[in-house]
Design a protein around this ligand. Sequence first.
Ligand SMILES: NC(=O)c1ccc[n+]([C@@H]2O[C@H](COP(=O)([O-])OP(=O)(O)OC[C@H]3O[C@@H](n4cnc5c(N)ncnc54)[C@H](O)[C@@H]3O)[C@@H](O)[C@H]2O)c1
Length: 337
Amino acid sequence: MRTLRLAVAGLGRLGFRHAENVAFRLPGVELAAVCSLNPQELERAAQAFPTAARYADFDQMLRHDGLDGVVICTPSSLHVAQIEAALRAGLHVFSEKPLGVTAEECQHAERVVAEHPNQVFLLGFMRRFDPHYLYAKRLIEEGRIGKPFLVRSYSLDPIASLESVLRYIPHSGGLFLDMAVHDIDLANWYLGGSPVSAYAVGGSFSSPEFARYGDADNACLVLQYGGGEMAFIYAGRTAAHGYHIETEIVGTQGMLRVSSVPQKNLVQIFEGRGVLQECVGGFLERFEAAYLHELHEFVRCVRSGCQPEITVHDGTLATRVALAATASFKERRLVEL
Ligand SMILES: NC(=O)c1ccc[n+]([C@@H]2O[C@H](COP(=O)([O-])OP(=O)(O)OC[C@H]3O[C@@H](n4cnc5c(N)ncnc54)[C@H](O)[C@@H]3O)[C@@H](O)[C@H]2O)c1
């Protein structure tokens, strides 16, 4: 089996984890190159991945000799241009979510991906690779809850990471595109379609910084689908107890809940204040397995010449809904899609 040579662009909060997974946890794969604008991150990479070439320029990295693919984990507004450059350079592409930050650039990405049918494109909606979300999907497909008609989904960052989130807000794309986009994709996946209307409300309750960027630190979104199905999504940046990702799927004959208590592990602490269950601390901890599984799937697709189940169009749909939610929140109106 030939060694696959991958590069990772972006070595920030998530990119470094992707680089570790590529370097150490994917059999038959080599981390050939990394790229970051941040010299400290490149220095850290030099220590962690001494054999990987280091670049401060994405296009130069694409010209690195013998690359097979690239993992894009740069700010969301760069994804589409970098996806295009990498595909045109003949590489397979894994890109972090969201696909793009405007509907037009998502449509452009769809055209570019369609022009390169023999190269793999995988969009990192990692919840679809989480064993618990996959289990729920299988139960739905087996008919265990009848026909699903409502998804209720929460994505809450811990208030403990507010400082790092505040640094990240200017290029995050906003709460709906950055956080709720995961729940939107899940709702589309479980309900089988995409919404026809969106209504969102929200506010800055903990930090005025969010309002300064026209963003919210906590917001709710109600979606309605073509067959009348519904989704209720709550996204926030200020959960006191930790990183809280919870999803409920209600069907005509039952309902499923995934992680209604976002517990860190199975240990319960019985002590003076009562019985405690510690909470997951952040996305790297909660989705550790999913981040690895999505890269395994990327490699499997590259080796077998097939395309992943998640399509570039799924990325467009999720971005369009997130943008509709943002418009609804800012303009205080129902947005038809
Ligand atoms: N799937 C998830 O759960 C999840 C979690 C966090 C972040 N993300 C996504 O990952 C992406 C990165 O997020 P982050 O939190 O790691 O960001 P970050 O700000 O921590 O890191 C961004 C990285 O991109 C690099 N970069 C910036 N401009 C560049 C350029 N022109 N060329 C090459 N590199 C460049 C920076 O040097 C840095 O290394 C975002 O799109 C975000 O939505 C996804």
